[in-house]
Design a protein around this ligand. Structure first.
Ligand SMILES: O=C(O)CCC(=O)C(=O)O
Length: 257
């Protein structure tokens, strides 16, 4: 099935341009996903003592340092992913990451409830023409709402581009946040730590606006093998895992050569 998929459809390209994130169901074959999940659990077990079949051992909410000096997660660069990189960056004009797949794990049992995060960031400086790259997030285990999937502000990549164009200089995360808090009430409220507000209703509904652009907070959810493509100028955040299962994802970026 996966090998038959060419690349992004016209609808997916439009969603990527407007929303800045698009989900690609089944972008990596199931057998490869299962093998990568088993490898990641081996690292959690031997490096952190978090055993797959013993939730009582899941004592750290965010086990870190799960990367290794090998290419165990090379299958993240599936046929589908390669076709998409060819489409967005040009065939023969990008190179494989040195090592595929940075693990992102959030273990359950540490948060009573899920809420919209207050602190958001960019991974690169905002410029009107950001680097030509494809940013990828792969789901390795079923990921339900509230289960710790990466949070993002759909539409924010367009806001950030506008901002960088207007300011005429590269803007790091701190500068972007400061400008948005000063100028945009929706964003100022998003970053505020007020306790008396239903943040899910306010920030995950369709009526948010930043600099004239419709925006809303979303979280990545889906099935093993689903891949999210995310614009490099997307504001994003870690979210709590208030579900019952570990959040198991891999993340990577492919750059134009
Ligand atoms: O999902 C997460 O934990 C956040 C990921 C993130 O912040 C990043 O990729 O820079």
């Amino acid at each position: 099935m996966e090998a038959l998929r060419a690349a992004l459809t016209a609808d997916q390209l439009e969603a990527y341009a407007l929303e800045g994130v698009v989900r690609l169901p089944g972008a990596v074959p199931a057998a490869d996903v299962e093998a990568m999940l088993a490898t990641l659990w081996k690292r959690l077990e031997s490096w952190h003592g978090h055993w797959r079949d013993k939730p009582a051992t899941w004592t750290k909410p965010h086990p870190a340092q799960l990367a290794a000096r090998n290419n165990d997660f090379a299958a993240m660069g599936s046929t589908c992913v390669r076709a998409i990189a060819d489409q967005l960056l040009g065939a023969g004009q990008w190179k494989d990451p040195e090592r595929w797949g940075l693990p992102m794990v959030t273990l359950p049992g540490h948060y009573d409830r899920w809420d919209v995060p207050c602190k958001w960031h960019l991974d690169i400086a905002a410029t009107p023409e950001p680097p030509r790259m494809v940013r990828l997030f792969l789901i390795l285990a079923p990921l339900e709402p509230g289960g710790g999937g990466t949070g993002y502000i759909a539409g924010s990549h367009r806001v950030i581009r506008q901002l960088a164009r207007r300011e005429g200089a590269p803007l790091n995360t701190g500068m972007v946040r400061k400008l948005l808090v000063a100028r945009e009430p929706w964003y100022a409220a998003l970053e505020s730590r007020r306790k008396d507000e239903d943040r899910v209703t306010r920030f995950m509904s369709d009526d948010g606006r930043l600099d004239g652009v419709p925006v809303r907070v979303c979280e990545m959810t889906g099935e093993p093998g689903d891949m999210f493509l995310m614009d490099p100028l997307m504001m994003h955040a870690t979210t709590p895992n208030a579900g019952a299962s570990p959040r198991m994802m891999l993340m990577d970026g492919i750059y134009a050569a």
